[in-house]
Design a protein around this ligand. Sequence first.
Ligand code: FMN
Length: 346
Amino acid sequence: MQVSENIIYHIGSAYLVIGGKAALIDTAPRGGEDALVRDIAEILSGRPLDYVILNHTEPNRSYGLSAVLESYPDAEVIATVAGIRNLKEMYSRPFREQAAKDNALLKLGNGAVLRFIITPNLSWPDSMVTYEENSGTLFSCDLFSEGENLMTYPDYVENALKRLSELKITAVMPADSDVLRGADIQTAFDFYGGLLDKYREWEKNKTVLILYSSHYGVTREMAECIRAEMEDAGVTIKICDADKNDAPDINTFSAIIAGTGTYERGAAESVTRVLCGVNAVLMRHKPFFTFGSHGWSGEGANILHSLLVSFGMKPFSKPFTSIFNMSDETRERLTRHAHKFAETLK
Ligand SMILES: Cc1cc2nc3c(=O)[nH]c(=O)nc-3n(C[C@H](O)[C@H](O)[C@H](O)COP(=O)(O)O)c2cc1C
């Protein structure tokens, strides 16, 4: 389908830009490669394909590269430095390569000029967008087609939006959704602006989550003891029994305190499942500790501890445990522990 100014064709999940030279932007997912090659051949009708540009290397866009190069072995593959490296790992076929530099221009002739804008982490670390200067067309990769997914890296989204808002954009051609024109472009920018505002609110959220599971109420008592002391110290707490409540949005808290008894030498599945939702980018370096009652072997709180360490969160202490019920001495120690943790959060 021809979509713009006689030079841009939309083929499946790819775009073909034809100036003096021809450049394919992105390829096809697995299963789409034969149709892609057939359509390119039809549009080019005997002319060479000079460039294959991969805005990022996720297989839903890059898988068709081998098939395209089979038909056009001389085409030069352009991606970011990280992108070229990833393509070599993904596809064994050798190819002519050119690493895209930020803001560099590629003149295709007949007025068609492509500009590469490197946008790391939107959505892969090797991502960039490509802008055709003459028509004002932005090939935006995952930006403007993926929403919340991209918000793992809000700073990168903010930076990209700022740079892109300086361009005169008449059409946005995202990798996986419809072409945007006119007022829809501003609406799309505003949508991301709204997501960023929401994220900045989370960043300001100082609420600490206490999440626990308890068969006979001992670990619950520990959770309540921690809550009382920390609230006294001025910390805002959200307390959640993982067996009774819906899972909280774990990545919106400034710290996590997770408790479980030890059950059959393991941690409670309900708590573990919620903690598996920790986003290792958003929660990296945020503080936590784990706690819980156990009887004889005591793996539960250690398992939660290891899990949160593996997400890059910062342990405040070793797991705090009580053998069966809390003694007065254990309760006093736990109170002091919670108080110290509250102090470090100030
Ligand atoms: C079904 C069940 C299995 C348990 N398995 C273990 C275990 O493998 N190792 C251990 O140290 N304690 C075990 N316990 C003891 C608990 O870890 C804990 O001390 C007790 O349930 C009281 O805490 P709670 O009321 O918070 O569950 C088990 C308890 C229950 C009910």
